[in-house]
Design a protein around this ligand. Structure first.
Ligand code: SF4
Length: 668
């Protein structure tokens, strides 16, 4: 086989044992890798769709139970010299959520896993004491991790690299994962994160501090020259575009990383501010956005100051904070940057982190503290999005007097940056009453502090809301409230792009929808682009490179996949793989207790000021959209995939090695 090995490494942490399971070519062609392979293996290792406690009930496996597997999978182009093919997908039952969660990261862990001779890694069981797992070309060893207990991840990474050598890649958890904080993340190398779903706590529950992997097995492509030619064409295209338009989307990514999106979203009124109640901090307002109300009162420590705002602007970030590029290997876009101040140990934070831990918690004027908080979360192993969400929720509840001051013997307000630093440490180490409460996640916190606090939560199924405003991007907001990937902004094309006829034509959709609308045309675009993204996640490709129209035409992507694998897939086959990935994850999501969220009442309130003033979502539109979405997805009125949809995608039962419904023309 080419591009894939057909081998899955299975590690039993309880027995400190491992074995390889083999998959044949038909299985590899059907499940390819990444998102879809993760879902197929998770289903296989949990007994398939029919293993429920009782018929009609969900599988009640606990996220922290030893038998809950965690799956890591790469794509068919990982390990070759392909720009953007480095993503690793991670899937498990999510501890903060009902249902499963899929999270992704860049870096070299995925390619190294592939070069170790396997397409995926499944870890089950629970070690009796903390361990480091060492995977070297498919051989596995376990070492005691007691000396790393409570250590921040940059130190863990530095020590392990010094001991093992730089040809290793490391996935590790911080103190938050060790202490089972329900929104702990997994770090890959020092600057890449599988941030969402609390999957760091799943590794923590298995007593696994780190997984180190190296390999030097060649990953063979069927037609390496064609892969190289298409990759080269992409590099030239990007280089020309960057020279002509350094201010374009990809140009901004190159210059400032995703941090640069903060300015773009601020101008559009899409920058979550003070628990998503506003779309633009008024005192971040630039002269060229006249529609904003300059008299807004945001209170807190930031009130009345204007000087710090300047630090958030492109020029200031470029001059003051953005250090050298630190890209995933072979990437010509290079969106990852180091911090200028501390290039050895810190990265320039991503847009999501700086927005949710900046303006969204009231730090509009205090970028220095915001950066300190982002770095702290990364070192302690916390998902920056969910951490910022739960703190913004608490601040908002205090502001609205929903929580009495003596209820927790604690109080915090928007803009209290120094207090946030203490709170984050207390969450990660489960210290004091508030830290312990928040560490158990939003559901437990609402249960403790009462139902009146619920309307201020922006969580969906335990995952905090990313930094794109549902009321400004209703298509994205709609997707946030639906499984299998609730509150995930990386699973579809966003409204502004998905509303252009040019983009939709590529998906055979000839109707357009206004960016701010939530109508059936918008839902058609949501569904079509979700399928595309699921296909790219299955190939484990970076969406900045492989997003629709970003660099490659669809024909080139299809050609590249076939040149790597030797398959003869059409673009429609890839879309079928995308639909299969969504359906299989949807089935897992529902079987493991996930449920689409009810409409969030705050979304019906108009944004009160700023460039997006007046934006809102109507509840009636939302439920009409849900009905249409279920229908075009092949799901029944309750959102369950219909038997016909399951059959069409060849997913009747637990995948077996005989399952071969997507044969390429050359082999059918
Ligand atoms: S664009 Fe960024 S995330 Fe994507 S592969 Fe390149 S460096 Fe990695």
């Amino acid at each position: 086989m080419y591009g894939v090995f057909g081998k899955i490494l299975v590690i039993d942490a309880s027995r400190k044992d491992f074995h390889i399971i083999e998959k044949d070519e038909s299985y590899c062609r059907k499940y390819l890798g990444g998102a879809l392979l993760c879902a197929a293996l998770y289903e296989e290792f949990t007994g398939g769709p029919d293993k429920k406690d009782k018929p009609g009930e969900s599988n009640k496996i606990d996220a922290f139970a030893p038998e809950n597997p965690i799956v890591f999978a790469t794509g068919p182009m990982a390990g070759g010299s392909v720009c953007g093919a480095t993503r690793v997908n991670v899937l498990s039952k999510a501890p903060g959520n009902t249902g499963i969660y899929l999270s992704q990261a860049g870096g070299e862990f995925g390619p190294n896993l592939k070069r170790a001779g396997v397409d995926a890694l499944v870890i089950t069981g629970k070690a009796d004491t903390p361990v480091i797992i060492d995977i070297n070309n498919g051989n596995v060893k376990f070492a005691d991790a007691g000396r790393f207990r409570g250590m921040d991840r940059v130190k863990v990474f530095d020590q392990l690299m010094a001991e093992k050598g730089r040809d290793y890649c490391i996935a590790s958890i911080g103190p938050a994962g060790e202490n089972l904080v329900r929104f702990a993340n997994i770090m890959f190398e020092p600057d890449h994160y599988a941030g969402r779903g609390g999957l760091g706590a799943v590794l923590g529950s298995k007593n696994i501090k780190a997984v180190c992997v190296r390999g030097d097995r060649p990953v063979l492509f069927k037609d390496p020259e064609t892969v190289k030619e298409i990759n080269k064409k992409g590099a030239e295209k990007f280089s020309n575009t960057f020279k002509k338009a350094p201010g374009s989307f990809l140009g901004v990514l190159r210059r400032l990383g995703t941090f640069g999106l903060l300015e773009l979203n601020r101008k559009a009124g899409n920058l979550p501010t003070r628990n998503f109640n506003f779309g633009c901090p008024d005192n971040l307002q630039s002269d060229d956005s006249p529609s904003i109300d300059q008299t807004g009162d945001f209170g807190g420590e930031a009130k009345g100051k204007t000087k710090g705002i300047e630090k958030y602007r492109h020029e200031a970030v470029e001059a003051g904070f953005a250090g050298r590029i630190n890209p995933c290997k072979n990437c010509f876009v290079a969106c990852k940057k180091k911090s200028k101040e501390n290039p050895e140990n810190s990265a320039l934070p991503e847009y999501e982190s700086v927005a949710i831990l900046g303006p969204n918690i009231g730090l509009e004027n205090d970028l220095d503290t915001c950066l300190e908080i982002c770095e702290l979360c990364n070192r302690l192993g916390l998902d920056t999005i969910s951490t910022g969400n739960i703190i913004a929720w608490l601040m908002n509840c205090f502001e609205e007097n929903i929580i009495a001051k003596d209820a927790l013997d604690y109080e915090i307000a928007f803009g209290h940056g120094k207090k946030v630093i203490d709170l984050i440490k207390n969450i990660a180490f489960r210290k004091d009453r508030v830290g312990c409460l928040l560490a158990d996640g939003i559901t437990a916190a609402i249960e403790c502090l009462g139902p009146d606090t619920k309307p201020y939560s922006r969580f969906v199924n335990g995952a905090g809301m990313p930094a794109h405003m549902p009321r400004v991007k209703p298509g994205v907001g709609f997707a946030y409230l639906h499984g299998p990937n609730p509150n995930d902004h990386m699973k579809l094309e966003h409204d502004w792009i998905a509303s252009h006829l040019g983009s939709l034509k590529k998906f055979n959709l000839s109707i357009t929808s206004r960016p701010g609308a939530l109508d059936s045309a918008k839902i058609d675009a949501v569904r079509a682009t979700q399928i595309y993204y699921a296909a790219m996640d299955t190939l484990s490709l970076c969406m900045f490179i492989f997003g629709p129209g970003n660099i490659y035409p669809f024909d080139d992507i299809t050609r590249m996949v076939n040149a790597a694998t030797g398959f003869d897939l059409t673009f429609d086959d890839l879309m079928k793989i995308g639909r299969r990935a969504i359906l299989l994850q949807r089935r897992l999501f529902l079987n493991f207790g996930g449920k689409d969220a009810d409409f969030l009442s705050y979304m019906e309130e108009e944004i009160p000021k700023g460039p997006s003033k007046g934006a809102k979502i109507s509840k009636d539109d939302f439920y009409a959209a849900r009905k249409h979405y279920y229908k075009i997805s092949g799901w029944d009125e309750n959102g369950e995939p219909t038997a016909a949809a399951v059959e069409e995608l060849g997913l009747f039962t637990t995948p077996s090695k005989d399952d071969n419904s997507l044969k390429s023309p050359s082999t059918s």
